[in-house]
Design a protein around this ligand. Structure first.
Ligand SMILES: Cc1ncc(COP(=O)(O)O)c(C=O)c1O
Ligand SMILES: N[C@@H](COC(=O)CCC(=O)O)C(=O)O
Length: 349
């Protein structure tokens, strides 16, 4: 009989990670290459960012930046999921949490943070060079408090190290335990922590046999930077939590080992979002859909039978009001990209 361990020694933090690797059967059959997704939506906070959140907080404790024996506060700038991960872990450790977010993000992320007891400040979008940028405001807020830490997810190496220590090894072990090689890994980046940590681990553990490909949405400079060394960008994307206007310190760590980049237009991501629901029963968010499109593009560059892994970052719950709405899809000029057979999923007006 399968053994289900009791994860109670450290409480909620013990449940971060150790997620299944799911084979995406229909796509794998269609491509003649195996596409695998790491089911990060199964983390306690519901996303891949729980892993980084745990390391960011534990690094602050270990380095003495916060004193766990007194009331402490975690402060961060986030598109939402890092904040949600931090808020869960902060509560489990008895800490307060405060977050600054771009006000373009889905309302359900803001509400969830409030349910978790966090203080949330949605602020207008502006560049990182502006002191009013969400991340700069978080940094400045932490400075004004006693026993508080700005966890600095974009440039703090504890972020990529969480994925180097956990996500990367888990993917490789899961494939190897099924007798499979890890021929390629791809995912999109916000801070770059997930891509860098997994890529660095796979590069070392497979002696460079895994192809490492960064995926990018419209409105982000990463694709252009990898392809040309220039930071150009155009347009914007419906995906939330990815896309970048600069090379963060977390992404910088993997630039030299990155083999290639793929660009994924929103039209392809939205179709994949509904295909994964229809074909695999997976109810996932926009960045997961984008990652799977990228994995399919990488698969086509590899021999038949190759194994390509990516990240299923989070579920669709936080974005459902938007992506299942015909009005919203039309406003974003995405409705017509959806094949008629999948339009039935867009059930909201
Ligand atoms: C849904 C989603 N996908 C992808 C990412 C990108 O992860 P990373 O910051 O590790 O690059 C994030 C960031 O939180 C996210 O919220
Ligand atoms: N994924 C992280 C960071 O989010 C981003 O990098 C989004 C792009 C940006 O707004 O800078 C999170 O969810 O906090």
């Amino acid at each position: 009989m399968t053994q289900f361990p009791v994860l109670a020694s450290k409480g909620l933090v013990d449940a971060v990670g150790k997620t299944p690797l799911i084979k995406l059967n229909t796509l794998s059959k269609e491509l003649g290459r195996n596409i695998f997704g790491k089911a990060e939506f199964q983390n306690p906070g519901g996303s891949v960012k729980d892993r980084a959140a745990l390391y960011l907080i534990e690094q602050a404790e270990k380095s003495g930046q916060i004193d766990p024996s007194r009331p402490a506060t975690i402060v961060e700038g986030s598109a939402g999921n890092t904040a949600i991960g931090l808020a869960h872990i902060a509560r489990s450790k008895g800490y307060k949490s405060i977050f600054y977010m771009p006000n373009t993000q889905s309302v359900s992320k803001i509400n969830l943070l409030k349910y978790l007891g966090a203080e949330v400040y949605p602020v207008p979008v502006c560049p990182i060079s502006d002191p009013m940028n969400f991340n700069n405001r978080a940094r400045d807020h932490a400075k004004r408090l006693d026993n508080a830490i700005w966890t600095d997810q974009f440039d703090n190496p504890a972020n990529w190290k969480s994925h180097y220590a956990t996500t990367g090894p888990e993917i490789l072990q899961q494939l190897q335990s099924a007798g499979l090689s890890c021929d390629a890994f791809t995912c999109s980046t916000g801070t770059g922590g997930t891509f860098t940590g997994v890529a660095k681990y796979l590069k070392e553990a497979t002696n460079g046999q895994s192809k490492l490909v960064v995926a990018d949405p419209p409105g982000s400079v990463i694709y252009s930077y990898i392809k040309t060394g220039e930071m150009n960008r155009e347009g914007s994307s419906f995906t939330e939590g990815i896309g970048q206007g600069r090379i963060t310190k977390n992404l910088r760590e993997s630039i030299d080992i990155t083999d290639d980049a793929v660009f994924v237009p929103d039209e392809e991501s939205i179709v994949m979002l509904f295909r994964l629901l229809d074909e695999e029963g997976l109810f996932i968010g926009g960045t997961t859909a984008l990652n799977v499109v990228a994995a399919c593009k990488v698969a086509k560059t590899l021999p038949e039978g190759s194994n390509i892994s990516t990240i299923l970052c989070d579920s669709g719950h936080k974005y459902a009001d938007r992506v299942f709405s015909k009005k919203w899809l039309r406003e974003k000029k995405l409705y017509d990209a959806i094949p008629d057979s999948l339009k039935r999923y867009a059930i909201l007006d």
